[in-house]
Design a protein around this ligand. Structure first.
Ligand SMILES: Nc1nc2c(ncn2[C@@H]2O[C@H](COP(=O)(O)OP(=O)(O)OP(=O)(O)O)[C@@H](O)[C@H]2O)c(=O)[nH]1
Length: 326
């Protein structure tokens, strides 16, 4: 075996210099009843905490300083396992927080009993600071991306709503209705349930416009739309503005008599609005309705045509009425 190149005296000199000049804190402590007592701490350790003087109890040091909680458990672990222990601890010094990686080495006597613990720490703060800065920046970036994504989703929802809404009445528009109709037809076929469609058309609306002006016409359309919306009570009911003064209502699962009842209720409530129209025989705005109810084998066109024909008939029969297609 190779001989140690240094003699005892030289070694002591080296260790003394290391002890004094090292920038890493070093200390030796010993276990006492329910605590540890500082035996000696090097200048680097004292620079961090000058109370680390011989005889100081660790419990006192910890109680009155910025050491992180739970560091004593590292010492107890070293004592119990008689093995070196490594852990991270934070220390507050002059208002700044330092992160240290601490190493503890047990010193055993001839009876294999831990008499002392030798400790040293390596300051990780400078290494961790840029990492923390990066993490904080990342978090900031994540938050910004989340915020922007939310804004974008919100804008897209708004756009989606706009694309299916009639601007004047705020009812669904024809585009939305056509999609809903296809969906409901498929559903009605699957479940072998009836599907009702009502076409509504304001009577003598051209003369209303001509007499009272386009803005009054717009206000009338809005009021009529409100009445219609109030009668589309179930979540699957759809009411839409189909064209100028034409509205449609899709009522899944309703039979002819029930659909007719809805149309008549709408007509009654339109009459209640008492929107004056001197050119109409009733002296006020009225509505005509055409109702179609289908079941089994039918297409969207079948349903629309049946309802349209029924509406045509109710117009031809004198308006201000609801007719169900045969
Ligand atoms: N104010 C207003 N009028 C509209 C709008 N869209 C369509 N109209 C008008 O609605 C009127 C529809 O007239 P017609 O189709 O002849 O129907 P009508 O006069 O109601 O006759 P009948 O349905 O047979 O009773 C036209 O004068 C259109 O200019 C709108 O958004 N605002």
């Amino acid at each position: 075996m190779k001989q140690n190149p240094f003699n005892q005296e030289e070694l002591m000199l080296f260790f003394e210099q290391l002890w004094k000049k090292s920038l890493n804190p070093f200390w030796v402590c010993k276990p006492i009843a329910d605590d540890f007592e500082m035996i000696i701490a090097n200048p680097a350790a004292q620079a961090l905490d000058k109370r680390q003087t011989p005889g100081t109890k660790f419990s006192e040091l910890i109680a009155h300083s910025g050491y992180s909680h739970g560091i004593l458990s590292g010492y107890y672990q070293c004592l119990a396992t008689k093995e070196p222990v490594e852990f991270e601890q934070t220390v507050k010094h002059n208002g700044k927080e330092f992160v240290f990686r601490t190493f503890l080495v047990p010193i055993l006597d001839d009876n294999d009993k831990v008499t002392h613990i030798w400790g040293t720490s390596h300051n990780l703060t400078d290494f961790l600071d840029p990492q923390r800065e990066l993490l904080a920046l990342n978090e900031l970036l994540d938050a910004k991306v989340r915020e922007r994504t939310e804004q974008l989703n919100h804008a897209m929802e708004k756009l989606e709503k706009l694309s299916i809404t009639d601007e004047l009445t705020q009812l669904a528009n024809r585009r939305y209705f056509d999609k809903a109709l296809k969906k409901e037809i498929a559903r009605a076929k699957r479940s072998a349930r009836p599907l009702a469609l009502i076409y509504f058309d304001i009577d003598y609306f051209k003369t209303f416009n001509d007499t009272y002006g386009h803005s009054a016409g717009d206000r009338c359309l809005k009021q009529v739309a409100k009445v219609l919306a109030a009668h589309a009570k179930r979540s699957a009911d759809v009411v839409a503005r189909y064209g100028g003064e034409e509205f449609v209502m899709l009522l899944p699962d309703l039979h002819k008599e029930q659909a007719l009842e809805v149309a008549e209720l709408v007509r009654r409530d339109i009459a209640k609005l008492k929107l004056h129209n001197e050119n109409a025989p009733a002296g006020q705005v009225t509505m005509s309705a055409g109702i179609a109810v289908v079941q089994d084998n039918f297409t969207a066109d079948d349903l629309l045509k049946l309802a349209d024909d029924a509406l045509y008939k109710s117009k031809a029969d004198g308006r201000n009425r609801s007719l169900v297609a045969d």
